[in-house]
Design a protein around this ligand. Sequence first.
Ligand code: SF4
Length: 524
Amino acid sequence: MNNRLFLKEVDQRISQADLHKVDNAVFVLHDQLNMQVWPEWVREEKPPLVFIEAKAKGDSLPYHKKKITYVLSSMRHFAVECQQEGYPVYYYSTDQHYDDGLSDILESHPDLVLTFMTPSEWDSRERLREVKSSFGDRVKEIPNQFFFADPDAWKDNIEPGYRMEYFYRDMRKKTGYLMNGDEPEGGEWNYDEDNRESLPKGYDVPEITGVEPDDITNEVIQMVEEYHPNNFGVLDDFRYAVTREQALQLLDEFIEERLADFGPYEDAMATDEPTLFHTNLSIYLNNGLLLPWEICERAIQAYENDKAPINSVEGLVRQILGWREFVRIYYEAMMPEVRDTNFLDFDGALPELFWSGNTKMHCLQQSLKPVIEQGYSHHIQRLMVLSNFSNLTKTDPRELNKWFWLAYVDAYEWVVLPNVLGMSTFADGGILASKPYVSSGNYINKMSNYCTSCEYSVTKKTGEGACPFNYLYWNFVDEQREAFEVSGRNSFMVNMYDKKSDEDKKAIKESTNQFLNQLDRYSG
Ligand code: SF4
């Protein structure tokens, strides 16, 4: 294969650095696209930057077409910008993996020393460390600086009972974010109680500005069409930002138009409003176009200028400084064994509807449509609709984890695995989360307007036309007593089930069996 077939736009803009004429270069991975966090010597000396497009990495899962497009287009744009800023650039493409690409480069440039920054994802790290062990002193590793916290300083704390809240408070004190001396701003560490409102009817939700694809993005789109025609998701209407400047504009837009309402409606869901007041910035955060402290500090500034209330700003800071950092530490502490965890021992293949979106359940339709179309849905749809349904249908959590990883544009293993195997599916048995995330239709009805347009009745508990979340939930409570007992605080749900009449219990079992027997499972 001519592996520069779809690199014409890059080739026109970049004069490939001659690595024979230099003695050191820096390898920049696709999720490390921000020179601000690289060491000072890199920014001062401006050594050649090496970028590698590794087709084998793209082929490792049937990633959403927009995800591949985003990852490659933003890396290509970044490489072009780096050259404009005076870095020589060497843009390499291979049918194989990064490590193969790096080995090729090191072999054909025997005097070259390459530096890489520790990758966030386990497999990439292992691969690069193998190159390091093969080439000895010619390969140097520097620590990853794209996060607030150093996992080595925290990972020994990860054990059952060590919750995000403890870590988060320490990080607030460490950064001084929303602190008055030793006290939290406003007197509380957490304003979650104010952040559980459903969206009032007719409430205005601002649209997020889309970015028109340019020639570089269009060329990547053509390549994805040619190389990955059967991957997940649709490619039409690619509107993501692909440069830092564009991402910064979207950050401004979020701060000005959505931050104030982010807190109150953080858990809300509404028909045809996949984003509501969420940032939709995690895709830029997770490949470096935006940095975590930039978002936190902009939000805190908005609070200080009376542009956003404390519950919205604290909620956002907790997501980024607290949860996002915490899950990364969990990942570092738990890998690689955690990949195989399956505490509830579920072995169902993923329901087929996760791939097609075909279902009569309106909440699932609404949560899957934006994933298929844009590789996105917000965290309550991910947690309380999709993961909830996966748990209630006894789906293997590792299959769900793989699906989230390939389907979401912002998903990298370090963030998706803790959220799925640790939090939403309870697959680790209670190390990250205190309970399995499951609910009946009541929760979805309370937090959304989905049920009003559903073919199922949320008030009907069992039988024909009853909301499947209702009977599946009670069946789960009955069958997973152990998980509820681990968490203690939910054992009253088990008691509630036990108090149901024999007739109700029989109807729950019958409806559940019928639903699960008819559920199509993905066999691909
Ligand atoms: Fe979902 Fe049940 Fe509500 Fe339908 S009735 S939208 S299936 S929760």
